[in-house]
Design a protein around this ligand. Structure first.
Ligand code: N7H
Length: 432
């Protein structure tokens, strides 16, 4: 079975707290860092076992992950067997169809990021306390290169991402970990998320129970997205203009803001359904050419096609653990329909293979104009290097109609590929 004392907390459960800080660091003094990794960081790392009960969670949760450059700095020469990880995300920007790297956070384009510390807690004060005490313990062995603060949105939008949609609904159930999968949840072998576990092979022994962590800072143009919906309501006799705009947004995502799937509630939101975890994921997609349920191109259909591929056993599952960053839309921004302060999603996914997980979903599914029904790219995250995205199927009254998206409402600001090691590697291989 899985050794839950050895697996970091964020991977299988997610360090779900109101606040999270991503602290990207470089290693300056390797010998000193190795010593302190074992003595000062290891005791603070939150395990999956600890995460299972509120009573065993520390005030501030901590996880750590390393980039390939970080492993190189630590003189770890074993290959983890993942070429995307080894090459780093900056070298993947073109493959991912990012609109160039001028939008990238400069620190993600350089070579200075060796690792990331993930701090999560109920308050920013708690996190700041944990950061300063860790910084003083680490002394000059590391330096901060960049950081990003994430926060759940204020009530009543906690749990919703910045476009307004409930997030964190659909993550896979992991064999040997998830005791009672929810209706409609995918079931994956542990090796689809964790390296060296059932279904995954070819890794060094010390990596078993670890997982590749994909970090992406995804800027969201919220006022622009809202304006697009307002300008392009789906016109149906029984809908007001506002309802028509809401319907377009729901069909782009595949869910209403409450989380209710459009496949089950095609024309109007159903907040009771959206909030019911026993029902809100319990569906598959019907092969209707009229796309009267969920559009072929909707974000959740692109990223998890369910029956579209004939089986859900696709080997293309990720565990998502992101959190919003940036402030709420201001009145000025809403009035001007223009973003002036950056906000978005600090996207995190865990998988045992970046090429089968995040990268496959982004590159082969979301960006593709033809997968799975030839409807164009994903209207939320699909990218064509900044070019116009033409999508059919969003208007249920005429599925041949092309919706032209001249703006990317989600813009990559880059990120990095990391490996989240098991605790036994933190005390062993990485610190000796
Ligand atoms: Fe997505 N959104 O608000 O529109 N996503 N996503 N995502 N996403 C999901 O099911 C969103 C991104 C997946 O199992 C929901 O938990 C936004 C990337 C997958 O049915 C919503 C951004 C990738 C699923 C959003 C973003 C994915 C999923 C429904 C960027 C991978 C589960 C809530 C800013 C490459 C599909 C839920 C399933 C769900 C949104 C990014 C993948 C609301 C705004 C980059 C696999």
């Amino acid at each position: 079975g899985l050794n839950l004392d050895d697996i970091q907390a964020d991977i299988l459960i997610g360090m779900k707290k109101m606040k999270e800080l991503f602290y990207f660091f470089g290693i300056d003094d390797v010998a000193s860092f190795k010593t302190k990794l074992a003595t000062d960081i290891l005791p603070l790392i939150t395990t999956t076992t600890q995460m299972l009960e509120n009573s065993t969670q520390p005030i501030t949760l901590l996880n750590i992950a390393f980039s390939q450059r970080g492993l190189d700095a630590l003189n770890v020469s074993d290959s983890l067997g993942d070429s995307d990880f080894s090459n780093g995300q900056f070298n993947d920007a073109t493959n991912l169809n990012d609109p160039g790297t001028t939008n990238w956070v400069p620190e993600f384009t350089g070579t200075g990021i060796h690792g990331v510390l993930l701090f999560a807690s109920d308050s920013v004060d708690n996190i700041n306390d944990a950061v300063s005490s860790l910084e003083s313990a680490m002394g000059n062995s590391i330096k901060k290169v960049y950081s990003l603060s994430g926060a759940a949105r204020p009530a009543p939008n906690a749990g919703h991402e910045h476009f307004g949609f409930l997030d964190g609904i659909s993550n896979p159930a992991v064999n040997g970990f998830t005791s009672s999968p929810l209706p409609g949840q995918s079931n994956v072998s542990a090796g689809e998320i964790l390296v060296g576990e059932d279904g995954d092979s070819g890794r060094p022994d010390w990596a078993k129970g670890g997982s590749f962590l994909v970090f992406r800072q995804l800027k969201q143009l919220v006022p622009e997205f809202n304006k697009f919906l307002t300008d392009n309501p789906i016109v149906m006799p029984n809908l007001t203009l506002q309802q028509g705009s809401d319907l377009l947004g729901a069909r782009m995502v595949g869910r209403w803001k409450s989380g209710a799937p459009v496949e089950l509630s095609p024309l109007f939101d159903d907040p009771v359904l959206g909030g019911d975890r026993f029902r809100n994921n319990d569906f598959t997609f019907a092969e209707t050419t009229d796309q009267s349920g969920c559009p072929f191109g909707a974000h959740i259909r692109k990223t998890r096609p369910r029956i579209d591929l004939g089986t859900d056993d696709t080997g293309r599952h990720i565990m998502r653990a992101g959190i919003p960053y940036g402030p709420e839309v201001s009145t000025d921004e809403a009035t001007a329909n223009t973003t002036s302060t950056e906000r978005g999603l600090a996207f995190i996914s865990y998988q045992s293979s970046i090429g089968n997980g995040f990268k496959f979903l982004q590159q082969t599914w979301a960006n593709s104009e033809f997968f799975a029904h030839g409807q164009g790219p994903d209207p939320i995250i699909g990218a064509l290097k900044g070019a116009e995205r033409d999508i059919t199927g969003l208007d249920p009254t005429d599925t041949t109609k092309t919706t032209k998206l001249t703006t990317d409402f989600v813009v990559s600001r880059g990120g990095e590929y990391f490996f989240s090691p098991p605790l036994s590697a933190i005390s062993g291989k990485l610190s000796v």
